[in-house]
Design a protein around this ligand. Structure first.
Ligand code: ADP
Length: 393
């Protein structure tokens, strides 16, 4: 097949999306074309699309041949408008005008099937049959765990790029999407603040962050939210809840016009607060953290004397709003830097598989499974102290 490229690089986006993924895709495609003269294959819907293509390509020699022919002939936008084509060779035009656009043009997905070694072997087989030089996996913790499995089970070169709004990957100072998500949360807090101030209310806002509260912490400092509750301190007991309520009370008594509380979704309570099961065969689910806190604070204020008794507490779960929106310049710049490092590593025969990371302001490739940077935990503690000093009255 004369127009099939020699040793292309493939890229996929997996798991929860984050703003800046499109900037990353554009940078990967443009650096491949402009600097290295290497073709870039975009794989749709992460590992799910990769497995779909693997199964199609393994049916027969003819199916694989047809797939290669389609990739080579239906390039760029022409390939992208064919939803059944899971692998598309990207050209300049297909990544034009997407740099700051939120979401991911190639789609992202979760794929339980990829956790099975047999399925991953099928994926490796396809990548070899397509003569892929390296696979770039862009995503969070889970996606990078999947990428690490590929490196252990095959000799395929895999480069991971951290993309998550949670900033919960502690081997890097920053992941793509964090800066935009913090900006979105600041915007949201500003809006809640307007109405909270008018009604002298307490607003409890739930942010993303299943394991770590980095997103909530950074957003609290940047937005001026008065209180931030994160999972790192362990389960919140009833005694701690009472102390938190007392501290809101003293701020309101001291003249605060409102209180904004940010709580990360991964915070645990002791005892845990459940919602009843929807049906007898379903286990009970955890109540949203914002509702648990708001109920507790509301009951606490109802038990007070005077004006405090009438204080209203309102919960809001910010949810997927945090994942969307135009990527900030910081995220787009980080995406370009990570893309450049990914390419430099791929084109250097002495380099190995690894993950791009930002350390002490420099981008570098770290091995899969790299330990956490101790500075990250120190920085979290510093941010908590700083927030406490900025927000107490
Ligand atoms: P994120 O990458 O945003 O953390 P997930 O944790 O949902 O998102 O992971 C995304 C996908 O990565 C999963 O659906 C699965 O296909 C793959 N994955 C996650 N963990 C593993 C694992 N331990 N082994 C292999 N693949 C994994």
């Amino acid at each position: 097949m004369s127009n099939y490229p020699e040793r292309p690089v493939a890229v996929l986006f997996s798991g929860g999306d984050s703003p800046g993924m499109n900037a990353l895709l554009r940078a990967i495609a443009r650096l491949g074309l402009n600097r290295h003269g290497v073709a870039v294959f975009g794989i749709r819907e992460g590992y799910r699309g990769l497995l779909r293509a693997a199964r199609l390509g393994s049916r027969s020699e003819k199916d694989l041949f047809v797939m290669k022919q389609e990739i080579a002939s239906r390039r760029g936008r022409w390939g992208l408008i064919h939803p059944e084509q899971d692998i598309v060779m990207l050209d300049h035009a297909s990544v034009s005008g997407i740099v700051g656009a939120g979401g991911t043009m190639l789609g992202s997905a979760r794929c339980l099937d990829f956790k099975k070694p047999g399925s991953r072997a099928e994926a490796v087989n396809l990548l070899k049959n397509l003569n892929v030089r390296a696979l770039i996996v862009c995503g969070g913790d889970g996606s990078l765990a999947g990428a690490e499995c590929l490196t252990k089970e095959s000799d395929i070169r895999v480069i991971g790029v951290p993309c998550t709004i949670d900033n919960d990957l502690f081997f890097t100072e920053m992941a793509i999407g964090v800066d935009t998500a913090v900006g979105t949360l600041v915007w949201a807090v500003d809006h809640f603040k307007d109405t909270a101030r008018s009604h002298k209310r307490i607003m409890v806002l739930e942010t993303m962050g299943a394991k770590r509260g980095e997103l909530a912490r950074l957003s609290a400092i940047a937005s001026g939210a008065e209180m931030v509750i994160t999972p790192e301190g362990g389960p919140v007991t009833m005694d701690q809840l009472r102390k938190l309520a007392e501290s809101i009370k003293s701020g309101m008594e001291g003249g605060r016009s409102h209180t904004i509380v940010l709580v990360a979704e991964g915070v645990q309570f002791e005892p845990e607060q459940y919602v009843p099961s929807a049906s007898p065969d379903q286990p009970p689910g955890k109540r949203n953290r914002a509702y648990v806190l708001a109920d507790y604070f509301q009951t606490f204020f109802h038990q007070q004397e005077g004006e405090l008794k009438d204080l209203e507490v309102r919960p809001s779960v910010l949810g997927h709003l945090q994942r969307g929106g135009h990527a900030t310049p910081q995220d787009c710049i980080l995406a370009a830097r990570f893309a450049e490092l990914a390419w430099n590593s791929i084109m250097d025969p002495s380099e190995r598989s690894g993950i791009t990371a930002l350390r002490n302001g420099r981008v570098e490739l770290v091995p899969f499974g790299a330990p956490d940077m101790p500075e990250r935990a120190e920085m979290s503690a510093e941010f908590s102290r700083l927030h406490a000093s900025l927000s107490s009255w």
